[in-house]
Write a protein that binds this ligand. Structure first.
Ligand code: NAP
Length: 244
């Protein structure tokens, strides 16, 4: 029986690549998107071309009821979820002096509360199945902090605490919980940065290149596989050496 992976925010960027990479490994995919549109249909077709089944599961991760509904849809269709990848995330960068309360709360709501909302609903099934993998996408700035990203860094640091706590809590059910902390990866999230800012960041990367979504997706593939069955509660940096 094919394995099933649920990936949040899988319409573009890193999430889309994770879905593509896991589908090449034979996983059926529950593809979460915030809104339904033609682009989502295109992504679905692209993944299906790897001879797997794809369920599009619309829902806002910051809304608990949405998460319960789309997790249930995934279970109804495939009967199980073997791997959960909490990838959906947003930024609303601003220095503290000018950061609005709503922008602080919204980033926490999507990135951290969203991770809780989906995990809580999926873990119920994984606990019954007595196995599972949960992979949370954090960020290097959740470890190092970053001026102008107090909201985002706090949300990503929160994901690390959440990951380590759940790794301890769910280990008796054979559910492994790990986080990936990407550095600077090519995507819509980083394309908005000024060229000057990108140049500055590039200087801090020992491997002298910006990461690709595949660099993150390949680590997800490893953490989802039986090759990583003795790894839990870890944060794996995928950052070209940025945080050494
Ligand atoms: P991206 O290109 O901006 O894609 C973000 C994805 O999340 C989109 O599919 C988006 O859906 C979805 N999303 C946002 N809010 C959502 C919500 N409330 N409910 C459901 N889906 C939602 O970003 P990315 O660069 O691929 O980032 C993916 C993850 O990696 C994020 O958690 C990000 O923080 C993390 N990360 C990225 C980098 C980097 O350098 N790119 C570095 C470190 C960590 P829509 O299409 O509807 O907006």
């Amino acid at each position: 029986m094919s394995k099933v992976a649920l990936i949040t925010g899988a319409t573009r960027g890193i999430g889309k690549q994770i879905a593509l990479t896991l589908s090449k490994e034979g996983y059926n995919i529950v593809l979460n998107c915030r809104t339904l549109n033609d682009d989502v249909e295109e992504v679905k077709k692209e993944i299906e071309s790897n001879n797997v089944e794809v369920l599009v599961a619309q829902g806002d991760v910051s809304n608990f009821d949405d998460c319960k509904r789309f997790v249930d849809e995934g279970i109804s269709k495939f009967g199980k979820i073997d791997v959960l990848v909490n990838n959906a995330g947003i930024t609303k960068d601003m220095l503290l002096a000018r950061m609005k309360e709503e922008d602080f709360i919204q980033v926490l709501d999507v990135n951290l509360v969203g991770t809780f909302n989906v995990t809580k609903n999926v873990a119920t099934y994984m606990m019954k199945a007595r196995e599972g993998r949960i992979i949370n996408i954090s960020s290097v700035v959740g470890i190092s902090g970053n001026a102008g990203q107090a909201n985002y860094s706090a949300s990503k640091a929160g994901i690390i605490g959440f990951t380590k706590s759940l790794a301890k809590e769910l280990s008796s059910r054979n559910i492994l919980v790990n986080a990936i902390a990407p550095g600077f990866i090519e995507s819509d999230m980083t394309n908005v940065l000024k060229d000057e800012t990108k140049e500055q960041i590039l200087k801090t990367i020992p491997l002298k290149r910006i990461g690709k979504p595949e660099d993150v997706a390949n680590v997800v593939k490893f953490l989802a596989s039986s090759d990583s069955k003795y790894i839990t509660g870890q944060v794996i940096n995928v950052d070209g050496g940025m945080l050494i």
